[in-house]
Design a binder for this molecule. Structure first.
Ligand SMILES: *[C@@H]1O[C@H](CO)[C@@H](O)[C@H](O)[C@H]1NC(C)=O
Ligand SMILES: *[C@@H]1O[C@H](CO)[C@@H](O)[C@H](O)[C@H]1NC(C)=O
Ligand SMILES: *[C@@H]1O[C@H](CO)[C@@H](O)[C@H](O)[C@H]1NC(C)=O
Length: 204
């Protein structure tokens, strides 16, 4: 009996250990990438029309070779603290497997220490919120090994807002359908009016 209990406790402990030790933590990553975005502080980008240019490179202040294990870079759109308040589904968690800060992938590229830029058009499905840009470097096992971001450690500088316009588009679409229907109806109306006019002038 004691043996079975001992076994159960041991396997429980093991599985706890396994689940806590697995997953890279954000705080363990070095900030070796320099990331910038062309947005102006506080500027509003519209979903489906706005665009920004994002550049990233290796920070050469770090010793050469620090980046030898970097294989890919993924650039992501991340919620600023102000857009995380009261929203557990956007919460920042140190374990990157559970972190919800950066949910939107912008681009994924093979790692290169310099000359990286990407012109990103803000997609329509991006929710209205305040954001910053973060890039993660991954090793060949697809684990995060470094990062960079266009904001400071407290995520307060160089933020930008995205304003989703799907609502406006829906009402625009409805308006244009109504307008087309009205146009067709008035065209027919005109046609019949002209015909009647033609008939009445023939009868005279
Ligand atoms: C990017 O946005 C600017 C205005 O901010 C606009 O003039 C330009 O056409 C856009 N470019 C693309 C490729 O959408
Ligand atoms: C590069 O890294 C150094 C050391 O961490 C840091 O002081 C410097 O600000 C970084 N450069 C840029 C452009 O972020
Ligand atoms: C992004 O746009 C800038 C200027 O609008 C241009 O110089 C750059 O080559 C473009 N980059 C890409 C990857 O298209």
């Amino acid at each position: 009996m004691a043996a079975i209990e001992g076994f159960l406790v041991a396997s429980l402990l093991l599985s706890c250990l396994a689940s806590t030790s697995y997953g890279v933590t954000f705080t363990s990553l070095q900030k070796t990438l320099v990331v910038s975005a062309s947005n102006q502080q506080g500027k509003v980008l519209k979903g489906g029309e706005g665009n920004i240019t994002i550049t990233w490179s290796y920070n050469n202040s770090f010793p050469a070779g620090t980046d030898s294990a970097y294989k890919t870079v993924k650039v992501k759109l991340c919620y600023a603290p102000i857009s995380q308040v009261d929203r557990a589904w956007r919460k920042t968690v140190d374990n990157l497997e559970k972190d919800k800060t950066c949910q939107h992938n912008i681009v994924s590229r093979p790692y290169s220490p310099s000359n990286n830029n990407f012109n990103w058009s803000v997609e329509r499905d991006v929710p209205t919120a305040t954001y910053f840009i973060r890039a993660y470097a991954y090793n060949s096992a697809d684990e995060e090994v470094a990062f960079g971001q266009n904001t400071d450690a407290h995520k307060t500088t160089n933020l930008f807002q995205v304003e989703a316009i799907s609502g406006r588009h829906a009402s625009l679409d409805i308006a244009s359908i109504c307008f087309s229907a009205f146009a067709i109806v008035s065209l027919f109306g005109f046609f019949f009016l002209e015909k009647r006019k033609g008939k009445s002038s023939q009868q005279k």
